[in-house]
Write a protein that binds this ligand. Structure first.
Ligand SMILES: [Zn+2]
Length: 87
């Protein structure tokens, strides 16, 4: 996303590995996306919750549950963003 090029970029799971395997049975390359470490974190912690909210509001269903909220990292990110938790 940022344009940074690494010889070996990180690979992020688009859908969390556990959720993917629960539904699909096994990992597939199509569920990966290369990122630099910073973009990986932004994708997991920021983009996915925004995408989930927009797609749900648009009427899309069967969205990945792992996109509902920030994946891994900071409470700080969640507090800065107007992301509503509907659990
Ligand atoms: Zn980047």
């Amino acid at each position: 996303m940022c344009g940074t090029v690494f010889p070996l970029p990180e690979a992020a799971h688009i859908i969390d590995q556990r959720e993917w395997i629960e539904k699909k049975g096994e990992e597939e390359l199509v569920n990966g996306i290369p990122f630099c470490p910073n973009c990986h974190k932004v994708f997991d912690d920021v983009l996915r919750p925004y995408l989930y909210r927009a797609l749900a509001a648009f009427g899309c269903s069967d969205l990945p549950l792992c996109w509902r909220k920030s994946n891994k990292v900071s409470d700080v990110t969640d507090k800065r963003l107007p992301i509503e938790e509907n659990d």
